[in-house]
Design a protein around this ligand. Sequence first.
Ligand code: UTP
Length: 292
Amino acid sequence: MQIKKAVIPAAGLGTRFLPITKSVPKELLPILDRPMLQYVVEEAAEAGVEEVIIVTARGKESIAAYFHPRPELEQRLSETGATELLDSIRHVSSMAEVSFVIQEQPLGLGHAVLTAREAVGDEPFVVILPDDIIDHQPGVISQMLEVSAQYEGGVIAVEQVPWEVIHNYGVVDAEDRGNRTHFVKGLVEKPAREDSPSNLSIVGRYILPPEIFDCLEQTPPGTKGEIQLTDGIQLLLEERDVFAYEFRGTRHDGGTPMGLLRASLEYGLTREDTRDAVSALITGLSTKMAGS
Ligand code: UTP
């Protein structure tokens, strides 16, 4: 079945980016010249998703504004012959059909997904976290759709992390099925190293059946009063098969200032129009460091 809808939760407080997130949503912070949100909408559109549902919060209206056309700006750019810039802003409003739902309170990722229930309806959908930016062609959602078609089940993106840091992550208990794919038996949030069933950490990409909504309705709030998506998926395992997929690509943690800085440098080194300048910048900085 073709998956047509994506949910992008973007209603969190972004506390790790304070003070900037007092007035600028984390999801609009840039990697080079584009907000993180744009990278994930592009990834969804590339995978054939037609409708993107962004879960946002009061006070984060600039997220919706980013996707609205700006006719007066377009006219100005057109008059001055700035065609590349004109194309770049037109591209933003044409990537996919984008709609918004409001999460009244930041009650957790699971709750954010549940807020999109009516907008998704009774069909499978993808969930993409905009602060996990993954560089690869084809994109991770495209890769996961192939797995979902082959195995007929939900799919969670995972990556191996060093055992020493496993206590910072959500982890899957899973059986290897080959081809980077694992059958999921359970999920554990932030396990101690000695209790962890694997070193496969959950990354912010999911393909979920609509049954997840009933599971999330039944999920009690966990630590900090938040409804966790992993707890909802744990309930889902009782009725549906779910697979973990070790995606191809490099993940950047856009949820922290250092992760975002690193992502900007790495993307800068791969993009043709910025490669030379970013490379010179890094060389210049390391020469300066070596001299000091
Ligand atoms: P995070 O936990 O990384 O984001 O959630 P956060 O809570 O905004 O950031 P910190 O931890 O305070 O720094 C991952 C994604 O889920 C969304 C966030 O906006 C982010 O895109 N989210 C999180 C919601 O939409 N609602 C929530 O209640 C929690």
